[in-house]
Write a protein that binds this ligand. Structure first.
Ligand code: ATP
Length: 590
């Protein structure tokens, strides 16, 4: 036999029609004065590998269409369910057991489902049947259908509700990717008449859900798929960061707590469907086989939160009312003298200039923690996100900054603040502070050039946006430890801060570690003294308040118990920040 020599390079496929278009491009150019760059673009486009492949696929599909192949059936899902029901009784035989296992596999069911969809040509956009027709066909008779599907121990993946008009039970929503969705047989709006040959007329939605929950294997349902069937949902790509904790079991409004998804503040969620304006469907980002569940939509959460705040304000008002008569146990922090509280707020964060809309008067919606749309941000070398350390006074933010800066002085840089006070002898311009006249600082404050500012003993102090910007552009990692209120102004597309909360350890550990280290408190004037028991309790209570109000902004949390361990953790977090993609608000990346 003669040896066959195979050519090393397979010849590129040239689609004859694409080729015809390419060869007629010069005519376009000469007869219709189409500019050169358009002709070059069209030539490249029609010769590109992708276009050639697409044309090849189209040609193949067209041939199949011409041969008029038609499916034998459009109901393999139903046939599989019947087969499952029929052979189930003979489960002692190994082949039957294997067959049952195959039929119950979600992947196999999905395959059969796809077959039926393609066989019924149920793909691509479809116009509704009455689109463009003036036909007044009043055949509004509903279809009664008996469907059969295989259910394993997983939930049905649908919620039910009463239809007030018809008095019957209806599918309220289908959970994307759940058993009902995969079967392709149930749709939102379908009325359920019977389950496993039993009428559900007198049953509540909960009773039917319970009934279905206890069933497995082949299940038959008699349904009415009326004319107002709402056809499903395309999966969205939206990702959000949750700004609150949610547990469906504790949510009295959730139409089906079993179908709910619980999550924690800070979790990134993939919003699979927003078809229902009140209840979105979501799964946790990164959980490959995570379940899809119902979560309150943004507007529902805002509404709930406003109602909750209104009621807690009412409670507070009634408490304050009683305290004015001098009998209330609800007075707020009676022990803290006013002078100290004022000193603690020396640094003022900028005030936002937005005018609240009418119904936001009492509660600014920006302050209501719901969801923030996020996108993955890929770090670029040489331009790093500033690291913003947040925490109660005395928790150790300066100590941590000092330690990591001395470990890698060429990597990190702190922002030098501005002040209107006079330079002291030992100080150097732009080392401790940028020293500027008071009028200049005041102008800067009025023109929103400061992220935070404050006044102490008649002198102004502040951190400017320009200083932060200059560290970012220097290629070093900018370290900041601002007042918590400044977060709102730092969180901007330009600065893209990475917010790290430095959390105090429990009281016992806090007391022990700080006493061992003879930890000092720096007072506003720059003098120091030993941290006291009151400082420890203050640190914990202020820390708790910061968490309550701002935890949804934290990108990471480090507990500062052992200072060496905390410094290492901080370095590790910053290292990841330079190398791994991070979820950031969507508007930071656009
Ligand atoms: N893990 C720790 N163990 C023991 N001592 C610590 C620890 N962390 C910080 N300290 C000490 O606690 C004191 C206060 O820390 P530091 O000044 O860094 O707090 P801070 O958060 O910057 O406070 P402020 O915001 O009020 O300036 C310092 O003496 C510091 O050395």
């Amino acid at each position: 036999m003669m040896p066959v020599t195979l050519s090393l390079k397979t010849q590129q496929y040239i689609d004859p029609d694409a080729n015809k278009i390419v060869s007629s491009l010069p005519v376009l150019h000469s007869d219709y004065q189409v500019p050169d760059d358009h002709i070059v673009f069209l030539r490249r486009f029609f010769r590109s590998h992708d276009t050639q492949t697409l044309m090849k696929i189209f040609r193949k599909l067209y041939m199949v269409e011409c041969r008029r192949l038609s499916p034998l059936t459009r109901a393999v899902v139903a046939i599989a369910a019947t087969v499952y029901g029929n052979i189930r009784g003979s489960g002692h035989c190994a082949q039957v057991r294997e067959m049952l296992q195959i039929l119950a596999k979600p992947h196999f069911q999905a395959l059969l489902y796809c077959h039926d969809k393609i066989a019924s040509r149920d793909f691509g956009p479809q116009l509704s049947e009455d689109f463009g027709s003036q036909d007044t066909d009043d055949d509004t008779t509903d279809h009664v259908t008996v469907i059969q599907f295989i259910k394993t121990s997983e939930p049905l993946g649908a919620t039910l509700q009463y239809n007030d008009e018809t008095g019957s039970l209806q599918i309220a929503r289908i959970i994307v990717g759940g058993a009902a969705d995969r079967s392709g047989l149930l749709h939102v709006g379908d009325e359920i008449l019977e389950v496993a040959n039993k009428s559900v007329r007198d049953k509540t939605p909960d009773e039917v859900v319970q009934m279905l929950g206890q069933m497995s294997g082949s299940i038959s349902m008699k349904i009415v798929s009326g004319s107002n069937r709402i056809v499903t949902l395309r999966e969205s790509k939206m990702r959000v960061r949750a700004f609150f904790d949610y547990n469906p079991i504790n949510d009295v409004l959730n139409p089906c707590p079993d179908a709910g998804l619980s999550f924690c503040r800070g979790d990134v969620l993939h919003i699979v469907s927003q078809d229902d304006p009140w209840w979105w469907q979501a799964k946790k980002e990164g959980e490959i086989s995570g379940k899809t569940g119902l979560i309150p939509a943004r507007q529902l959460q805002e509404r709930n939160e406003i109602i909750k705040r209104y009621h807690s304000d009412e409670d507070l008002r009634s408490c304050v009312g009683r305290s004015s008569r001098g009998t209330s146990p609800c007075r707020i922090s009676p022990k803290i003298p006013r002078a100290r509280r004022v000193r603690k707020t020396m640094y003022q964060a900028q005030h936002s200039g937005g005018t609240p809309e009418l119904y936001r008067r009492e509660y600014d919606l920006d302050e209501i923690p719901t969801y923030e749309e996020v996108e993955l941000f890929h770090p670029t070398s040489g331009k790093f996100r500033p690291v913003v350390l947040i925490g109660p006074p005395g928790v150790g933010r300066n100590e941590l900054k000092r330690r990591i800066t001395s470990y890698a002085p060429d990597t990190f840089e702190e922002v030098v603040p501005y002040t209107s006070r006079k330079k002291k002898v030992h100080e150097q311009e732009s080392r401790e502070y940028h020293f500027v006249p008071r009028e200049e600082m005041e102008r800067g404050i009025i023109n929103h050039r400061f992220v935070e500012f404050g006044e102490f003993k008649g002198n102004l102090y502040g951190t400017s946006y320009a200083s932060i910007r200059s560290v970012i552009h220097s290629g070093k990692i900018c370290l900041l430890s601002p007042h918590t209120q400044a977060l709102k102004f730092l969180r901007s597309p330009e600065i893209k801060p990475f917010v790290l909360y430095i959390k105090p350890p429990p009281l016992e550990v806090l007391r022990m570690t700080r006493r061992q280290n003879r930890a000092m408190k720096t007072m506003d004037g720059g003098t120091t003294r030993m941290l006291t028991e009151e400082d420890f309790t203050d640190m914990l209570s202020i820390g708790g308040r910061i968490e309550d109000k701002y935890a949804h902004y934290f990108d990471a949390v480090i507990i500062n118990d052992d200072i060496v361990k905390a410094s290492k953790q901080l370095l590790a977090v910053i290292n990841e920040l330079q190398t791994k993609p991070q979820w950031v608000p969507l508007h930071w990346t656009r």
